[in-house]
Design a protein. Structure first.
Length: 387
């Protein structure tokens, strides 16, 4: 029998299965039936900003070959990202430290391979974004979960890190985080970043939801640690999921290792996406209008879901998710999600995707969909739960 590699054992990303089930349900509905409310996936309902799309059209109409770029991307885009860091955070970043990637999904394996060896332990708060652990496992590294709850706002603490023996080789933080939407304050992120640097723990800071916060200040790990790796993306705030474009801000010691890996694994991010991404930085008015819509969705759900029966919600500082404790309703979120889709026409993601140990008591609801759909969700849930 032929053997299979370690990567063949990677667990599924369950939200993708929920998407498939929601698509099948939507196709099976009779004409005139209420549609499926899509609250399962973190994909903005808006497309790329107009200025970004128009830049891509102009580039294509100009007849340029749109071939490979340098592995780290177009120089002009890297310079624009570096400028963005200075404008947004007041943190100077050299363009040479910026790597344009095939989305944040392409950034993580580059960062993990450059920073860690097989067998290295990488800590993360649980609940967490599932591909963190799945990619690490496929690469032969060991995800180390830090069980977090509402008492720590679903974020890790230095006390948790100090309690680990031996210390981890790395730590992943996300602020705002997926699935809970909570954030580390600038002071908390600074303390964690400095602790990691002082103790030889490589910090990977997932900042892909920056731009989508609702009161808590945003800060970047690059401001607090010379050894941290920052991951960001055009998928969320910039509303460019399918363009598959993201970036890394790298510490000096990882620049060349990541460049060599990128040359071999990806060659470069799509050229046309890089052109569009550079233009997206100049589309602030449209992007802020999108954010305002997410805020209205968030506020409507925070007001409506408790009345519907979901009153145990994490503090939604940012991103576009609500993490709901449904233990008073079920101890099987997978079954709960399936029944909610079949009987109420609402697609949401079971918590086991984000926390295998405790996730059967939680659900994640995404609120980046159309405002009318988000406004309808609490009443649908109320009717279903009271049947």
């Amino acid at each position: 029998m032929l053997k299979t590699g370690r990567g063949a054992e990677a667990p599924p990303f369950l939200v993708m299965d929920v998407i498939a089930a929601a698509n099948a349900t939507a196709l099976s509905l009779p004409p005139g039936a209420p549609g499926v409310l899509r609250m399962e996936v973190g994909q903005p309902s808006t497309g790329a900003p107009r200025g970004a799309a128009e830049a891509a059209v102009r580039a294509l109409q100009a007849g340029a070959p749109m071939g490979y770029t340098e592995a780290f991307g177009l120089r002009s885009l890297r310079e624009r990202i570096a400028r963005h860091s200075g404008e947004k955070y007041g943190t100077a970043v050299a363009a040479e430290r910026v790597a344009v990637t095939v989305g944040a999904s392409g950034a993580f394996p580059l960062a993990f391979l450059a920073a860690f060896d097989p067998g290295d332990r990488v800590a993360m708060a649980a609940p967490y974004y599932p591909p963190y652990a799945n990619i690490l496992t496929a690469l032969g590294m060991v995800p180390q979960q830090l069980p977090c709850d509402a008492t720590t706002r679903f974020q890790p603490t230095i006390a948790m890190l100090e309690a680990l023996d031996p210390r981890p080789d790395g730590l992943i933080v996300a602020s705002p985080c997926n699935p809970a939407g909570t954030m580390l304050s600038p002071e908390e992120l600074a303390a964690i970043a400095r602790w990691c640097h002082e103790h030889g723990v490589r910090l990977i800071s997932d900042e892909i939801y920056h731009g989508l916060s609702y009161g808590m200040p945003e800060s970047t790990a690059a401001a607090f640690s010379p050894s941290a790796v920052v991951v960001n993306s055009f998928s969320k705030y910039f509303s460019m999921t399918g363009w598959r474009i993201g970036w890394l801000v790298l510490p000096e010691d990882l620049v060349r290792p990541v460049e060599c890996l990128a040359q071999n694994m990806f060659i470069s991010a799509p050229h046309v996406s890089q052109v569009a991404a550079e233009a997206a930085f100049d589309c602030t008015a449209e992007l802020e209008a999108n954010k305002a819509a997410y805020r209205r969705n968030r506020d409507a759900l925070l007001a409506g879901l408790p009345a519907a029966g979901l009153d145990r919600l994490a503090e939604a500082d940012g991103a576009f998710y609500l993490w709901a404790d449904v233990s008073h309703l079920t101890n099987d979120s997978v079954d709960f999600a399936a029944r909610m889709l079949a009987e109420a026409g609402i697609a949401a993601t079971p918590g086991v995707d984000f926390d295998p140990a405790r996730g059967r008591r939680f659900m994640r609801f995404s609120y980046c969909g159309a405002e009318a759909a988000m406004a309808e969700a609490p009443e649908r849930l109320r009717r279903w739960l009271r049947r």
